[in-house]
Design a protein around this ligand. Structure first.
Ligand code: PRX
Length: 666
């Protein structure tokens, strides 16, 4: 759907779904009290939220705000793993499932809070034994296996900031991230399962480490070679898995299970300052280099704790499932830290929705009795295409709340989700937030706010958001503009790792004193927020953020390419797809074979998620007289629209030629 058509459907969308009565009656928040409390006294509200966590020492000051620098709960001391584990061990949660894990081949593991705490204590001692000290960075490059949760929590236990790198990233992307954070330790696995095949994580890591002077030791989890593929669901790759062996380098590489067997059982939780770094997570920006988003301890935990509790209406007995990968912020905040800080049962799944069959998600919901499901619009649109008969074949009656995140959800997908997955009885929470915001910021509280399909509704209590014009003035209801945040919030990013200037430039310079989100939005007459997508050179492919400049740099890095312009064009399933316009060097022919080679080249340099959907060879790119590529016009072409204003082009005829050529290529 084109952007214009998208906005038109949004403008027409006015159906209202009040919270179902039975849901409201039993909800954690069932009236406007929280909103009123936070409106009266914002800092008082966050103070009350923070007090629900365990602190070794109370804070002296709730907030110090010297824009753009915020310090929350200064003087307070706490430990994240203590809050996620130890404090649940004293009461009835001790033997409650903390993690229910299902592997791609169908193997399962369940960790109670006590069992998980035991693993985390041991692994924290492993890290200490390898010389990791408070403040040292640890990079984690693992598949979605329980060891990933254990490794993260162990880092927080000893105060070593982790940097988790999504397992789908290439060796080169991993290397850049390791080097930017100067990590001393890398934790990886021999391999991971992906749709029956094997992802050679250790081999990727070895390639990355050729250029990583800071890494001293590599801890390797035996995932593929551990024989589990021979378990309940022998996959196509099982023979390969049985024979799979990682190449271990003496003196550097160590097996996880061997280290764990020797590690002492108890490791005290390090009291951390509220503003100590908890983790770094890299995300794409408008320039080629990914940004290391820095989150700190007390504010982050307060934000994810409170939002998980109220947005997902968590009850003691719930099975909660967020389908994201922990390599992204959604997995950090809403698989690990938010749910575990609440003492919830969090389900973690290693595989994909279509392997070994397209009903895999629904099979999991039925098998584990999932009550709360949090997934992405791109997944919902894929399920829509596969048809409602698939989920109808499974017992989904355990579900009582549905959530979505990652990109704007089109009203059709929202309605389909509510009807065919939620059986018409589950509220849908569309949650807007970012890697930078740490926690959900715009969302309904499901027992309080009537929802409108396609709208993330209202800011969470204690959050002040607005839509402004180019001058930073708030626009009237219905008018579009830039989404900004007016006041600091506890889980906000504090800086970009070792690049505070870029932090200021990116988020605080456009409108001084206001946080610039990079998203367009409008607020309707009822005060509901409608997110309209990115307004910068960042695109959102299947809910994954990727910078067009990153893809362009990887394309021009190929010897055949002279110039490249990358845009995101609307895509029915992915939300946006990567579309590249490429000019080749003199004498190079734009063959179909070269087209494939370039797609592979990008995937190899960045990761499969950045692979262009299409590459279009052209003799010239549309440029302004000052030489700036006009991506807006390329989007018009790729989305089949009439061409916008071309008067600023150095040579307006370029566009007509390009359009004719593009349309002919079909
Ligand atoms: O454009 C917005 C979109 O995803 C961006 C943030 O991406 P990332 O940092 O990777 O985090 C994704 C998961 C939190 C935002 O700037 N976005 C995220 N959620 C929504 C959304 N757009 C519309 N509606 C949402 N619910």
């Amino acid at each position: 759907m084109s952007a214009v058509a998208k906005i038109e459907t949004l403008l027409e969308e006015n159906r209202l779904f009040p919270p179902p009565e039975v849901f409201r009656e039993g909800a954690v928040a069932r009236d406007a009290t929280l909103y009123e409390e936070a409106a009266r006294d914002r800092l008082g509200f966050w103070t009350r939220m923070a007090r629900e966590l365990a602190w070794f020492k109370p804070w002296d000051r709730v907030l110090t705000w010297a824009p753009p620098d915020a310090r929350w709960f200064e003087g307070g001391r706490l430990n994240v793993s203590f809050n996620c584990l130890d404090r649940h061990l004293a009461g009835p949660r001790r033997n409650k499932a903390a993690l229910i894990w299902e592997g791609e081949p169908g193997d399962t593991r369940v960790y109670t809070y006590q069992q998980l705490a035991r693993e985390v204590n041991r692994f924290a001692n492993v890290l200490k034994g390898l010389g990791v000290e408070k403040g040292d960075r640890v990079t984690i490059y693992l598949p979605m296996i329980p060891e990933l949760a254990v490794a993260m929590l162990a880092c927080t236990r000893i105060g070593a900031p982790h940097s988790v790198v999504f397992g789908g990233f290439s060796a080169e992307s991993l290397r850049d991230r390791i080097n930017d954070s100067e990590a001393r330790i890398l934790i990886t696995a021999d391999g991971g399962f992906r749709r029956g095949g094997i992802v050679p994580l250790k081999a990727n890591a070895d390639a990355a480490l050729e250029g990583c002077p800071t890494v001293e030791k590599v801890v390797v989890v035996k995932r593929v070679g551990d024989g589990s593929v021979a378990g309940p669901r022998k996959g196509a790759g099982s023979d390969a898995a049985a024979a799979f062996e990682a190449d271990m380098r003496g003196g550097r590489d160590l097996w996880w299970h061997e280290l764990m067997a020797k590690a002492p059982a108890a490791c005290p939780a390090e009291p951390m300052e509220a503003e100590d770094i908890l983790f770094i997570l890299y995300t794409s920006g408008t320039t080629g280099k990914p940004k290391g988003i820095v989150h700190t301890t007390g504010g982050y935990l307060t934000g994810v704790y409170a939002t998980t509790k109220y947005v997902f209406d968590l009850k003691e007995e719930d099975v909660y499932w967020c389908t994201a990968d922990i390599g992204w912020v959604t997995g950090h905040s809403y698989i690990i830290y938010g749910p575990l800080a609440n003492g919830a049962t969090s389900l973690m799944f290693e595989g994909t929705p279509d392997y070994p069959h397209r009903g895999r998600f629904w099979e999991i919901v039925a098998k584990h009795g999932v009550n709360i499901l949090y997934t992405a619009p791109t997944a919902i649109r894929t399920f829509m295409r596969w048809g409602p008969e698939l989920p109808a074949g499974f017992d989904l009656s355990s579900l009582r709340l549905l959530g979505t995140v990652g990109e704007p959800i089109n009203p059709e997908a929202w309605i389909w989700y509510r009807q065919h997955i939620g059986g018409g009885r589950c509220p849908v929470v569309d949650t807007w937030w970012q890697t930078e915001t740490g926690s959900i910021l715009i969302t309904p509280l499901p027992g309080v706010i009537p929802t409108k399909p396609g709208s993330a509704t209202r800011p969470f209590p204690g959050i002040t958001a607005a839509v402004v014009d180019e001058q930073g003035r708030e626009v009237p209801p219905g008018a579009g503009g830039y989404l900004i945040l007016k006041e600091p919030w506890p889980a906000m990013l504090r800086t970009i790792y070792r690049d505070h200037d870029r932090f200021i430039q990116t988020y605080w310079n456009k409108f001084p004193g206001l946080y610039f989100t990079g998203d367009g939005a409008r607020i309707d007459e009822d005060g509901y927020f409608w997110l309209l997508g990115r307004v910068d050179d960042v695109i959102n492919v299947s809910g994954h953020r990727i910078g067009t400049m990153e893809i362009e740099s990887s394309l021009v890095d190929h010897p055949s390419v002279a110039e490249a312009a990358v845009i995101g064009r609307s895509h029915e399933i992915k939300g946006q797809a990567v579309s590249a316009f490429v000019t080749l060097k003199e004498g190079v022919e734009g063959t179909a074979q070269l087209n494939e080679i370039l797609k592979k080249h990008v995937a190899g340099k960045i990761g499969a998620l950045a692979r262009p959907e299409e590459i279009f060879f052209t003799a010239e790119l549309p440029k302004t007289r000052s030489g700036k590529i006009m991506r807006r016009l390329l989007r018009d072409i790729a989305e089949g629209r009439a061409l916008g204003d071309t008067t600023t082009l150095a040579d307006p005829t370029v566009m007509q030629k390009l359009k004719t050529q593009y349309d002919e290529a079909g």
